[in-house]
Ligand binder design. Structure first.
Ligand code: CO
Length: 248
């Protein structure tokens, strides 16, 4: 079979098998979606979002790009995030990296690849932020694996910087943020145990903003109370900025 005829044949068989096990399956899905999860993963063909998480149609909203990056000028990612959080009300947001990521490996060397180099700058920022730790790892494979993990953690931080997450964390039903790494060599999905609440509170005093309408009425209406289960962040002692300070 040439081209996509195999794909279309597979689809026919899938429709037939789904209808055989549950005649109302497609009818139910046609009525809308209420996924619990948002998956932000790499475009790599070896990381199929549904397959590795055991989720079926309707259960997980998915965004994928090269090296699972959360970039604040990416309208695609931001639109997915806003819709998932504010309209669909997803409860858990996972950034899912994977060992053996070609994007991460490309960012870790000094070759030029063209346009994509500008995308990979975001991973080089992760290298810059964690250079001391990465340089301590002498084995290249170990260093790349650690960079994959650190990239996931930084992308969770990037999520927490958005006004979408900053606002959602103050709502009655805040989403949970997670960082995971998938190993394409053994199929295991590992939780990096990123403390999403801590990531949020660490950065709240810098990234939290007030909506314009809230500002206009703030004299009459007090700002929403912070979440009871989150400890208030102490105001940092101002110190003069030094050249070379880590900052994005
Ligand atoms: Co990848």
């Amino acid at each position: 079979m040439a081209g996509i005829s195999e794909i279309l044949e597979n689809n026919k068989q899938w429709v037939a098998s789904k209808n055989a096990e549950d005649p109302k399956f497609f009818h139910r899905l046609a009525n809308g979606q209420k996924p619990k999860y948002l998956f932000i993963g790499c475009s790599d063909s070896r990381v199929p979002a549904s397959g590795i998480t055991g989720t079926g149609p309707g259960e997980m909203f998915v965004h994928r790009n090269i090296a699972n990056l959360v970039v604040h000028t990416d309208m695609n990612l931001l639109s997915v995030l806003q819709y998932a959080v504010e309209v669909l009300g997803v409860q858990d947001i996972m950034v899912v990296g994977h060992y053996g990521c070609g994007g991460v490996a490309a960012a870790a060397n000094n070759k030029q690849y063209g346009l994509i180099d500008n995308w990979l700058v975001n991973i080089r920022d992760v290298v810059r932020l964690h250079e001391t730790e990465l340089l301590r790892l002498k084995d290249e494979e170990q260093r790349l694996r650690r960079l994959v993990e650190l990239n996931v953690v930084e992308q969770v931080r990037n999520l927490a910087k958005t006004n979408i997450i900053q606002n959602a964390m103050r709502s009655d039903n805040p989403p949970r943020l997670h960082g995971l790494v998938y190993d394409i060599a053994d199929g295991v999905l590992k939780d990096l145990n990123v403390d999403g609440d801590q990531v949020f509170t660490q950065m709240e005093h810098i990234y939290a903003t007030e909506a314009p309408e809230a500002e206009a009425t703030s004299a009459a209406t007090p700002a929403p109370a912070p979440r009871a289960d989150l400890k208030p962040t102490p105001k940092p002692t101002p110190k003069p900025a030094a050249v070379g300070d880590n900052g994005q």
